[in-house]
Ligand binder design. Structure first.
Ligand SMILES: Nc1ncnc2c1ncn2[C@@H]1O[C@H](COP(=O)(O)OP(=O)(O)OP(=O)(O)O)[C@@H](O)[C@H]1O
Ligand SMILES: [Mg+2]
Length: 423
């Protein structure tokens, strides 16, 4: 296991000009100057030494009703969020919803127009980016092309005037941590995508920030390498007890890695929840549709037998659902059912069907079959014309159980498989 040398520098890496474009020292300096014009001396939040972050239940970072405007656009719109120490938090959301802008405000490269960002209870508005114990790893890695691996990693340490011997020790640690041994003298253009990613990670960790912001860190890697790196990142985060906030477009990646996920839309957080809760109990129709695949049936809710709800839909007749609370009767609702909850069968799924356990059955014809190795996706056109998607695990090698196009089937799911969404 890696041994970390004592002394916890809280200053971060140099400011950069932005998410895109290779960072240069000149650009770095001018970016800093822009900020320093407004800056006051750092307060307690930028103290130079302190203990490493440990996984705790206490709030480390508090974002309070933060707004960032670009002209008429509210890129981040009254967003509030609390991040716990040692947490692995993922931000998901469509392109342009404000994820990078939020990270840039946390790192200090953008100033909020309204609201506050507190670290350990202290407002960090006036703390310069390189004095914040918050570091950002950029999507394109932003490595210095003219510096070799070692000097890229050492850059922030030199800038913080760390003694030479300590820099050597720290760089060696980071090289080992990121498995870059033997590559120290290479320039970025002599590295593979995965190696560049690891240099960028090593550089962003070198000063031991308390919070590491990762903006799509794995986007450039192929699937296998990405999966391996996900596990490494999780291991690393746990071992260092650091707080990670990661932006990703890959929902599976967010689900795999994060303790909690925040789903952003148009500058706001639509829902913040654990991966399971987000997927199994989405808070809105928008979240249900954004996260994973879903079948949605619109209808009017009314009372059903056994304390359940009966939702009368145009597309699928009456759907019986188990809802944790009653929506207003006759109010329009959507019933959401994930494809893997929809089972297909050739006849009526009879076993165990008694009044106490009703099953929703929809009859139709298979129109599409997509074999994906571990599972197969089916589209079933109901007699009403609506299409229901089902996803079934391929538990045997033989295809005797597979359904074929044009085959007539029953698509069925239980009341517990359904989520009722009122918005
Ligand atoms: N410096 C800027 N000036 C003007 N508009 C900007 C600026 N930076 C971002 N925007 C706008 O703010 C919105 C949010 O941008 P942001 O980069 O935060 O999105 P994002 O969620 O990171 O998207 P992506 O997933 O594509 O990276 C976008 O509409 C973008 O065009
Ligand atoms: Mg972005």
């Amino acid at each position: 296991m890696l041994r970390l040398s004592p002394g916890y520098s809280t200053a971060s890496l140099p400011a950069t000009t932005g998410q895109t474009g290779i960072m240069t020292e000149d650009a770095t300096n001018s970016a800093n100057e822009t900020v320093s014009a407004k800056a006051k001396p750092p307060d307690a939040a930028s103290r130079e030494t302190g203990p490493p972050a440990a996984a705790t239940d206490s709030v480390l970072l508090r974002i309070e009703a933060v707004v960032k405007k670009f002209g008429a656009l509210r890129a981040v719109d009254r967003l509030s969020l609390e991040i716990r120490g040692g947490e692995f938090f993922a931000l998901l959301g469509p392109s342009g919803c404000g994820k990078t802008t939020l990270l840039r405000m946390l790192a200090g490269f953008e100033t909020p127009d309204e609201g506050r960002i507190l670290l350990d209870g202290t407002d960090i508005a006036q703390v310069l980016p390189h004095q914040r114990p918050i570091n950002m790893m950029f999507q394109n890695y932003a490595l210095f092309p003219h510096l070799d691996v070692r000097d890229n990693i050492a850059f922030g340490l030199k800038r913080a005037r760390m003694p030479r011997a300590e820099i050597d020790t720290r760089v060696a640690e980071m090289v080992a941590l990121a498995r870059l041994e033997g590559l120290e003298k290479r320039k970025p253009d002599q590295l593979s995508g995965g190696q560049k990613q690891r240099v960028a990670l090593a550089r962003s960790l070198a000063r031991r920030p308390r919070v590491l912001l990762l903006d799509e860190p794995l986007a450039a890697l192929d699937k296998k390498l990405r999966e391996g790196t996900q596990l490494e990142l999780m291991e690393l985060q746990r071992r260092l007890g650091m707080t990670f906030i990661i932006v990703t477009h890959d929902q599976e990646e967010a689900m795999t890695m994060a303790d909690r996920i925040g789903v952003m839309n148009k500058g706001r957080l639509e829902q913040v929840a654990t991966p399971r809760k987000l997927y199994e109990a989405p808070g809105s129709r928008w979240v249900a549709e954004f996260v994973g695949d879903v079948n949605l049936f619109e209808g009017q809710a009314g009372p059903g037998a056994g304390g359940r709800l009966a939702v009368s839909t145009k597309d699928a007749g009456t759907i019986v659902v188990t809802a944790p609370h009653d929506p207003a009767t006759k109010s329009p609702v959507s019933v959401a059912v994930r494809p893997e909850k929809v089972k297909l069968s050739r006849g009526v799924p009879a076993s165990g069907v008694v009044e106490a356990h009703p099953i929703n059955r929809l009859e139709g014809v298979v129109t599409d079959v997509g074999y994906l190795g571990g599972f197969t996706t089916y589209k079933v056109k109901l007699d009403t014309g609506a299409v229901v998607r089902s996803s079934m695990a391929n538990t045997t090698r033989l295809d005797i159980d597979a359904y074929r196009s044009t085959e007539r089937v029953v698509a069925w799911f239980t009341p517990e498989d359904c989520v009722v969404l009122e918005q």
